[in-house]
Design a protein. Structure first.
Length: 218
């Protein structure tokens, strides 16, 4: 995406917010990478461990609790997200698309994004009757966020109702934070974005733990 759209399409797009299109797109792709990595791990990966491999049942035979299992899967997903973010951030820097050393803070932000979408993914997995169920989540959730969270274009170009809808999408806040850090434009509003993400992360974990508990315990 970064090469094909950032540089390919970018040749036909004027600067956005004073940035070349590739530089505008790059932080959005970093946030999307964190979301995508955690989502795949806590949907297909967690569902396999829960139902096909009976890994959860085996772990529950030990002193570990359901909360331990859910936390472990989410932390693993967030760790994979962080690693993916590091690679994309490095690529972004090599192409000269990073304007500030504050971009290094994108790495822990990527971990938070992984926790957030890991929790949301576990919620979906707890309700999934089969692998096919995930197609609904990816089509109606992940794809919508990918397209309407400011990854490809500034949300200011949308009508008011669409901007309000975009604000409700978790990826929007991740994109805003990553873009601000790579540009070095830290504002007080970033604290609100991070707080929103942290609250959603905590809420997703609580709900995911309850739903998984209902599913795996008799």
């Amino acid at each position: 995406y970064l090469l094909a759209i950032g540089y390919g399409l970018g040749r036909f797009v004027a600067q956005i917010d004073g940035l070349p299109y590739a530089a505008f797109l790059a932080p959005g792709m970093i946030a999307f990478t964190a979301m995508n990595s955690a989502t795949f791990e806590t949907t297909f990966g967690s569902f396999t461990r829960m139902t096909e491999q009976n890994t959860y049942a085996a772990i529950l035979a030990t002193p570990c609790s359901v909360a331990d299992i859910v936390a472990g899967d989410i932390l693993w997903a967030a760790s994979k997200s962080t690693l993916s973010v590091c690679f994309v951030l490095l690529l972004t820097a090599l192409f000269g698309l990073v304007a500030s050393p504050l971009a290094l803070a994108v790495v822990p932000v990527g971990f938070l994004v992984g926790l957030m979408f890991g929790g949301l993914g576990m919620m979906v997995t707890a309700r999934a009757p089969s692998y096919d169920f995930f197609s609904y989540y990816f089509t109606l959730g992940i794809s919508v966020m990918f397209l309407f969270s400011g990854v490809f274009f500034p949300l200011d170009s949308l009508p008011a109702w669409a901007r309000s809808f975009a604000w409700l999408l978790p990826l929007t806040h991740a994109v805003n934070v990553c873009r601000a850090l790579t540009r070095g434009t830290v504002t007080p509003g970033l604290a609100a974005e991070l707080a929103w993400m942290a609250i959603l992360t905590a809420a997703a974990f609580v709900v995911a733990e309850r739903w998984v508990r209902r599913r795996v315990l008799p």
